[in-house]
Ligand binder design. Structure first.
Ligand SMILES: [Zn+2]
Length: 128
């Protein structure tokens, strides 16, 4: 598909309505999850009373919390990147191939910087 001389011009790819508000809502959600996660990611203290949880369980919980935290932080960075693209007018354009990203995809994962084709290629390369 070629960029036609649409009313918005090739520099403004189609995007879901109120995308800035959607992204800020997601940013607030992630910040809240990070805040709750911070307590769980504290290393279990050696002399702390941990009730029925064994120390092994506590360590495992901490690992899960750290893993979740890394995922949240990555998502937060992507959302903030998307907010920058919204303000620059480049939101909705793939960061790699520069094609417009499918609006349905943007509604599901508004923070994604890539179209489906590029995302798939990146994941394939990551698996190799
Ligand atoms: Zn792409």
């Amino acid at each position: 598909m070629q960029d036609g001389p649409g009313p918005r011009g090739p520099s403004s790819p189609p995007q879901p309505p109120d995308i800035g508000a959607v992204l800020r809502g997601r940013e607030a959600e992630i910040l809240e999850q990070l805040r709750r996660n911070a307590a769980a990611a504290e290393p279990p203290s050696l002399d702390e009373e941990i009730g029925r949880l064994t120390r092994m369980d506590a360590l495992q919980q901490q690992q899960l919390a750290l893993y979740a935290r890394r995922r949240l932080e990555t998502q937060l960075a992507q959302i903030r990147g998307a907010l920058v693209r919204v303000s620059e007018g480049s939101f909705g354009r793939c960061a790699l191939c520069k094609q417009a990203i499918d609006v349905r995809r943007l509604e599901m994962v508004p923070e994604t910087p890539f179209c489906v084709a590029c995302q798939t290629r990146l994941e394939d390369e990551g698996r190799r």
